[in-house]
Design a protein around this ligand. Structure first.
Ligand SMILES: [Zn+2]
Length: 96
């Protein structure tokens, strides 16, 4: 699963509103990479749309037991490698 690789900047810094002592993690280490959370979005092509989620979805799932909708989870699991030709082809097809 490599969908985490394509984290694009969003327009604002997003902090976890559920954590009372802290504002959620600033970084996450995954597959030997350190990824900044809260300032990027995930773009996941699905069967009929491109799903966009804040990068803090990692934190919401792990720390707050958030369970995204089935269609999002299935789209993540079937998403081709980010930045690959297949990935951009799916995004372009859904946008067109
Ligand atoms: Zn939190």
């Amino acid at each position: 699963m490599t969908w985490y690789e394509d984290l694009r900047p969003c327009d604002w810094w997003h902090e976890c509103s559920l954590c009372e002592d802290a504002r959620g993690p600033m970084n996450i280490i995954f597959a030997d990479r350190t990824l900044r959370l809260g300032i990027r979005n995930l773009f996941v092509p699905g069967p009929e749309a491109v799903y966009v989620a804040p990068s803090l979805i990692f934190h919401y799932i792990i720390q707050h037991q958030y369970c995204p909708p089935n269609v999002f989870r299935e789209s993540v699991m079937s998403c081709p490698k980010m930045n690959s030709n297949e990935y951009f082809s799916m995004i372009n097809h859904l946008e067109g």
